[in-house]
Design a protein around this ligand. Structure first.
Ligand code: NAD
Length: 303
């Protein structure tokens, strides 16, 4: 396994944390997916993902582009449906219904965020649970609450757990602290970590948590899913912990042509304290996409 380079370290810990390398782990997942795609092809099935994007949010377009590229890499057919930002709820709902009824489509993903004021949960509810490759439909989240992972499991949370396992991080009986309680990351990753067979002891923290730094210091495994650049400081982290940084934040940086850089929720100094740390970019991002590909072949196999 690779280590954090000394350039990423501000501390005097000469060893540095082990890199939880989402590109390397994601490539392994994609290789598995490719083999499953071949099996399906042999049965005359080409897995097919439909991605709906509403409006022109630049970050959403980058994410959707990355998903399309991943489909091309693993042999999944992809169709992209672009709707203008002026679309109303009924128009988006109509597209989802058509995709639900289209037998050639195995996976449906509606890229978040939807235009201001559009009810995202109501759209999620409308997606056929068997095609819900994001894993956010109540049926799929409900299965997770039952401790079942045979359905479509949300991609980012599944990617986080897979990355920890890939790194050889011991989870059973360990104390895991999750920062964030969203339905997209915080809650499902907490359920996955606590489930039988993974067996971490999980604490969910959030914006109302009164002693966040202290709680984090108890964590053998720390998952940061907040959306605040470099919130988690080195002195919040127990020496030897495994830290997964889910956050993706744009920070102004005039030295770059783009005018910004990407930062995680975890301060780079944490690499000097933790034994494992996922980078941003190159950590959870590629894992999310790889797990989306896995969900798409799972959906294609089940339909
Ligand atoms: P969200 O805004 O829905 O949830 C953020 C959570 O953080 C909330 O539950 C809130 O209670 C908590 N929070 C806010 N301020 C806090 C504070 N000061 N202390 C403790 N907790 C606080 O966001 P989300 O959808 O869960 O995403 C979180 C981050 O992860 C974002 O940066 C997002 O861009 C990123 N993300 C990355 C991927 C990926 O594939 N890499 C996928 C999903 C989300």
């Amino acid at each position: 396994a690779r280590k954090w380079s000394s350039a990423t370290l501000f501390s005097n810990n000469s060893m540095g944390a082990m890199l939880l390398d989402g590109k390397a782990c994601g490539a392994e997942v994609e290789a598995e997916v490719k083999a499953k795609v071949s099996d399906l092809e042999a049965q005359g099935i080409t897995p097919h993902l439909a991605v709906v994007i509403v409006g022109d949010d630049p970050a959403s377009h980058v994410y959707v582009g990355a998903k399309e590229k991943a489909c091309a890499r693993v042999g999944v057919r992809s169709t992209r449906i672009d709707l203008p930002s002026s679309s109303d709820f009924a128009q988006v709902a109509d597209v989802v219904q058509k995709l639900n009824n289209d037998d050639s489509v195995h996976g449906i993903l509606v890229q978040s965020p939807l235009p201001e004021g559009m009810d995202e949960l109501a759209i999620t509810d409308m997606i056929d649970p068997a095609k819900d490759v994001d894993g956010f439909h109540p049926v799929n989240l409900g299965r997770l609450v039952q401790g079942r992972v045979d359905g479509l499991v949300p991609c980012t949370p599944a990617g986080v757990v897979r990355l920890l396992e890939w790194g050889g991080v011991d989870l059973s009986g360990k104390s895991a602290v999750v920062i964030g309680r969203s339905r997209i990351v915080g809650v499902p990753v907490s359920l996955l970590l606590a489930r039988k067979g993974v067996d971490a002891t999980v604490t969910i923290t959030h914006s109302r948590t009164s002693d966040l730094a202290d709680t984090c210091r108890n964590a053998d495994i720390l998952i940061a899913a907040v959306g605040m650049a470099e919130l988690v400081q080195a002195d919040w982290v127990k020496p030897g912990a495994a830290v997964v940084d889910v956050g993706v934040n744009r920070v102004d940086d005039s030295s770059r042509e783009s005018g910004y850089r990407l930062a995680g929720d975890v301060h780079p100094d944490v690499a000097g304290v933790a034994d494992w740390l996922s980078p941003v970019p190159g950590g959870v991002g590629p894992m999310t996409i790889a797990m989306l590909m896995l969900n798409t072949v799972t959906a294609a196999s089940n339909l």
